[in-house]
Design a protein around this ligand. Structure first.
Ligand code: NDP
Length: 296
């Protein structure tokens, strides 16, 4: 079987285009420009790249981007004060505090200080609870991106067997919750799961969010299943530093019906969904209709 490649790069470009259209309409019709504030503490190289990309994408869709770069030694109190200022700033509709934060800062405390309505990462405990109870929430960007691609591929997901490998708060758990809300029959696997291959073989939809390079192979994939690879891992191969997913692409693609590549699959959707969430937060803040197809 030759798996269909789900092109996340093209899909994300489409989503960004839709967001830009909505932003232009908001500006023209209501004089409102959505604003995203991103807070970066310290010099983590990967985080710096993410923040730079987020800034560029935000500007590209016509939103305001407010960057706050703080030294690694910034105190928890100063960070809390900044979050409060952003909560109270009407020009800021979305707030993202780039993780990981330095060890001396309590990340949960900071994230839970963000106004849940501006929590475009969807990590605030209120948004976790809203998602868990099937209510209107801000949904974490990476799983939202996966959901959009799955909806596009299947239409309705109701009744499908979904297996999510990984139970982190930022990917695995919200992914499982979103699939449950779509009426999938959901299994969450993790490091203590017995006979992972057999568990994964039951999946119509297999989501890998493990953080282990190329761990998921053809042996885990049922013929015709859809494989969503969330993993981003840098490895050395053939003297080169390359990016691979949590799925062994060549192996899994030989049995899957559809598969996301790495790079060019889930990754680009994450920033596109951050912009979509900022748009949604702006619409909600101003009592405007929410953009269709860009939320859970
Ligand atoms: P975490 O390390 O927080 O979680 C990994 C999960 O995988 C844990 O639940 C762990 O189980 C489980 N796991 C580890 N080893 C095994 C194993 N051998 N068998 C089964 N389950 C296992 O990672 P994240 O959720 O933050 O990230 C997952 C991947 O997604 C990473 O590669 C990360 O880089 C990538 N990522 C990509 C994003 C994107 O934009 N595309 C955004 C965020 C993450 P246990 O709980 O039992 O320890």
């Amino acid at each position: 079987m030759t798996a269909k490649v789900i092109d996340g790069k093209a899909f994300a470009a489409r989503v960004r285009g839709e967001v830009a259209t909505h932003v232009a309409a908001m500006k023209a019709g209501h004089g409102i420009t959505p604003g995203l504030a991103v807070v970066l503490v310290g010099e983590d190289p990967a985080s710096r790249v993410y923040v730079k990309n987020k800034h560029a994408s935000t500007i590209e869709v016509g939103m305001n981007s407010f960057e706050h770069r703080l030294p690694a030694e910034t105190s928890e109190a100063d960070l809390l004060a900044l979050v409060q200022r952003l909560n109270n700033d009407p020009a800021v509709h979305g707030i993202l505090v780039q993780l990981p934060l330095p060890a001396h800062v309590n990340s949960d405390l900071i994230i839970n200080a963000i106004n849940p309505a501006k929590d475009v990462d969807g990590f605030h405990i209120s948004n976790v609870g809203l998602l868990g109870t099937g209510q209107k929430a801000m949904v974490p960007c990476t799983p939202l991106g996966c959901l959009m691609m799955l909806r596009d591929h299947y239409g309705s997901l109701a009744g499908l067997n979904a297996v999510v490998v990984g139970r982190s708060n930022i990917v695995g758990k919200p992914m499982a919750q979103l699939l449950l809300n779509e009426s999938c029959t959901v299994t969450i696997a993790h490091s203590r799961t017995k006979d992972l291959e057999a568990v994964c073989q039951r999946a119509d939809i297999l989501v890998a969010a493990v953080g282990r390079p190329e761990m998921i192979t053809a042996a885990h994939v049922r013929a015709g299943a859809t494989v969503i690879d969330v993993g981003i891992n840098r490895i050395e191969r053939g003297g080169k530093n390359i990016l691979v997913g949590d799925v062994d692409y060549a192996s899994a693609a030989s049995v899957a019906g559809a598969i996301t590549p790495v790079p060019g699959g889930v990754g680009p959707m994450t920033i596109a969904c951050l912009l979509a969430n900022t748009l949604t937060a702006t619409a909600r803040a101003h009592g405007l209709a929410e953009p269709k197809g860009l939320t859970a």
